[in-house]
Ligand binder design. Structure first.
Ligand SMILES: C[S@@+](CC[C@H](N)C(=O)[O-])C[C@H]1O[C@@H](n2cnc3c(N)ncnc32)[C@H](O)[C@@H]1O
Length: 329
């Protein structure tokens, strides 16, 4: 880009063309789209208006801000952390470096849940008649919020071990949902927050509360469905991640132990006790993990494999298990 001393007036179109070429040479993926997203963000406008104002020149302050954003991207910072947002389920989520950037393939987890739960209320809580779902490792809240948007008669408990992620998720719920109280956010390790929930967090739900105090069962919450997109990258794969992912996204959101499967082991060994009979456990899996996760389900008493769903690239992406008996409390 020419030095400011030359007093060249850069128009929007010229900057898109120059930056696209620059990103291409630096090996940045989707160079044109990235240039447009960063320029629209810098100018505080929608992408479409770049085209309706393509011959508008930038002032020196705008140009300096755009240069800074280009440099951040060249240092491999993800575009979404620069702009602070990512689309998911046709909604714009706030994202910060404390949360995983929602991936398009995770929409399949939501689609699968909707297909299962939009059926007649056969899976609803027999006492309240409404659905109660859990989203474990909610991150930006994308899965829970998409479900809440689609299933109005549904209470969703969303947990994460990261308080900072929960702050982002709470913000997104308030910003994106008509009724943000549909989601109850709890901090803790996997299903542990549902073991003995703080009564202030479940008060007010009335008959919708899945907290079965005084019914003779343990004081665990019970769900019609538990969803989870856990960290599932193995140590070996983690070392080879693109810098955008490995250097910028939270390690705690990515690394799934030595073989990438440790969260599945922990979830499968505990989730049966938190599901109503016929309830679903719906898990996102990584490339090549189907056989291992399938075997774990087959070895888990009280669970049966329901289906494996492929994503649009033909990769096994979502595994559904179902609670088949009432053997455990
Ligand atoms: C792969 S990210 C998924 C984020 C979001 N649900 C999505 O699909 O985009 C995994 C999430 O699990 C959280 N997490 C990691 N370990 C956890 C644990 N032991 N208990 C609860 N959440 C955990 C991370 O903080 C992160 O937000």
């Amino acid at each position: 880009m020419a030095d400011e001393k030359t007093k060249k007036q850069w128009t929007i179109l010229e900057l898109i063309q120059w930056t696209t070429h620059y990103f291409q040479n630096k090996g940045i993926q989707s160079p044109r789209l990235t240039a447009e997203l960063l320029l629209a963000y810098t100018l505080g406008v929608e992408r479409i208006s770049l085209y309706t104002h393509y011959d508008k020149p930038l002032n020196s302050r705008e140009l300096a801000a755009f240069k800074e954003n280009i440099q951040r991207r060249i240092r491999r910072e993800p575009t979404q952390y620069i702009t602070g947002k990512q689309e998911f389920w046709s909604m714009t989520f706030k994202v910060t470096p404390d949360v995983l950037i929602p991936r398009p393939e995770t929409e399949l987890l939501v689609e699968t849940a909707l297909r299962l739960f939009k059926q007649p209320a056969q899976t609803a809580d027999p006492l309240s008649g409404s659905l109660t779902l859990a989203d474990i490792g909610t991150g930006s809240g994308n899965i829970a919020i998409a479900l809440a948007k689609e299933l109005k008669n549904c209470v969703i408990y969303a947990s994460d071990i990261s308080e900072k992620a929960l702050e982002v998720a709470r913000y997104n719920a308030k910003n994106l949902l008509e009724n943000p109280d549909q989601i109850i956010f709890l901090k803790g390790d996997l299903l542990q927050p549902f073991e003995k929930p703080d009564s202030s967090q479940v008060e007010g739900l009335g008959t919708r509360s899945p907290y079965r105090e005084g019914t003779g069962s343990s004081n665990k919450l019970k769900f019609n469905g538990i969803l989870c997109n856990p960290p599932y990258i193995s140590e070996k794969d983690y070392a080879g991640l693109a810098p955008e992912v490995g250097q910028y996204e939270p390690k705690i959101a990515l690394l799934g132990g030595k073989d990438g499967l440790s969260y599945y082991r922990r979830l499968l060994s505990t989730s049966v006790g938190y599901l109503f009979t016929q309830g679903y456990l719906i898990l996102e899996i990584g490339f090549g993990q189907k056989e291992a996760v399938q075997k774990m389900i087959e070895r888990t008493p009280g669970l049966t494999l329901q289906e494996v769903v492929k994503d649009y690239a033909g990769i096994d992406r979502v595994v559904v298990a179902r609670r088949v008996d009432d053997a455990r409390p």
